[in-house]
Design a binder for this molecule. Structure first.
Ligand code: PRP
Ligand code: HPA
Length: 183
C-alpha cells in the first residue's frame, strides 16, 4: 500500500531553506501535482494504523494536513478541525507558538470542547515544533488525545508521547532515503 509513497519520496527534489534541506513532495507541498491514488494510499494506511474508536474529531494544522484530514474525514464521517495560521478572535480561541526548521508563527485553535476525544494527524514531523504546539493547544482546551499519526517522520523528533509514522526518512543534500515503514 505504501510503494507509491516510498518511490515518490526517494525521487523528491531538494531545495535549501537557510541551513535546512527541504524536500518537495506532493503530500507535503501539493507540488507538482497530488495523484489521487497516492492520497488514497496514505489515507487508507492512516485509517488502518490509527485508533479511531469513539473519536469525535480529527485535528490537523494548516496547510498541509488539510488534504489528508479531508480524505480521512470523508472515509470515517468524523468531523475535521483545522488549526489556522490566522486568528478569528472567537470566544475561547487558543493561540500557540509554532516553530519549524525554517519558520516561526502562531497557530489558532477553535471548536474543540473539553472532553472531546481527538486524533491528531499531519503530513510530516521534523523538529516536532508544529505537533508540540498542536498538542499544547488541545491540552489547554481539555481534549483527550487518543492517537497521533503522521505520514512522514523525518529524523527522530520527540513529542513527549507516542505517535505513529507511516514512513521514516533520512534527508541530506542528496535527497530522501526511506529507512522504515509502519509495516
Ligand atoms: O516538525 P516541524 O519541524 O514542525 O515540521 C513539520 C511541519 O512543517 C510543515 O508545516 P509549515 O508550517 O511549514 O507549513 P504548511 O503546512 O503551510 O506548508 C508541515 O506541514 C508540518 O506541519
Ligand atoms: O523538508 C520538508 N519538506 C516538506 N515539508 C516539510 N515540513 C517540514 N520539513 C519539510
Amino acid at each position: 500500500m505504501l510503494e507509491r509513497l516510498i518511490e515518490s519520496l526517494e525521487a523528491a527534489p531538494m531545495v535549501q531553506r537557510g541551513d535546512y534541506h527541504y524536500f518537495i513532495h506532493p503530500i507535503t507541498d501539493g507540488v507538482p501535482l497530488l495523484d489521487p491514488a497516492l492520497l488514497r494510499d496514505v489515507a487508507c494506511a492512516m485509517v488502518t494504523v490509527m485508533d479511531l474508536h469513539g473519536v469525535d474529531k480529527i485535528v490537523t494544522a494548516e496547510a498541509m494536513g488539510i488534504h489528508i484530514g479531508t480524505a480521512l474525514s470523508l472515509m470515517t464521517d468524523i468531523p475535521l478541525n483545522i488549526l489556522r495560521k490566522r486568528s478569528y478572535s472567537l470566544p475561547g480561541e487558543i493561540a500557540v507558538h509554532q516553530s519549524t526548521g525554517y519558520s516561526t508563527g502562531q497557530l489558532y485553535l477553535n471548536g474543540i470542547e473539553k472532553g472531546d476525544r481527538v486524533v491528531v494527524i499531519d503530513d510530516v514531523i521534523s523538529t516536532g515544533g508544529t505537533l508540540k504546539a498542536v498538542l499544547a493547544a488541545l491540552e489547554n482546551a481539555g481534549a483527550e488525545i487518543v492517537d497521533v499519526c503522521v505520514v512522514i517522520q523525518r529524523g527522530e523528533p520527540e513529542l513527549g508521547r507516542a505517535y505513529t509514522p507511516l514512513v521514516t526518512i533520512d534527508v541530506d543534500a542528496d535527497g530522501v532515503r526511506v529507512i522504515d515503514t509502519c509495516r
